[in-house]
Design a protein. Sequence first.
Length: 124
Amino acid sequence: MSIKNFFLLGTLMLSLNACYYDNQEDLFQYVQAVECNTVTANYTADLVPILVQHCFRCHRNGRTDGNVNLEGYNNVKTYADDGSLLGTTDHQAGFPIMPTSGIKIPACEIEVMRVWINEGALNN
Ligand code: HEC
């Protein structure tokens, strides 16, 4: 499911379930449990769109904040292997928080990143 449809579904379910869930966060987790497909994740199809949307503004060819470029597999692989790709994005202790706005990217997208790394951070 595309990210756009994912959010449309989330909005739909939010209105349908408004009586049962007081709190958006509870519902959001519920929707993710149902809809977040992280059985497997590929570099090109799954990870790159996340980086493009949330990270390329500051980390791409031509702009490398913190001297970090996340454009191109070999660049991304470096940060996948040293733990900082997930560490920064999942706001783990010891890493600067990314994106720098301080707002975590959607949990489902962090899970996609985690699965891709756990599967060996392959160029697939
Ligand atoms: C608005 C600009 C901006 C965005 C968007 C952004 N970053 Fe950063 N990033 C920075 C800056 C600035 C630094 C250097 C910060 C520092 O060293 O404290 C940095 C540093 C990093 C580092 C190096 C961390 C380290 O241990 O030194 C990684 C990895 C990183 N960013 C990943 C990401 C990822 C992944 C995303 C998207 C989820 C992202 N960034 C989005 C600005 C950004």
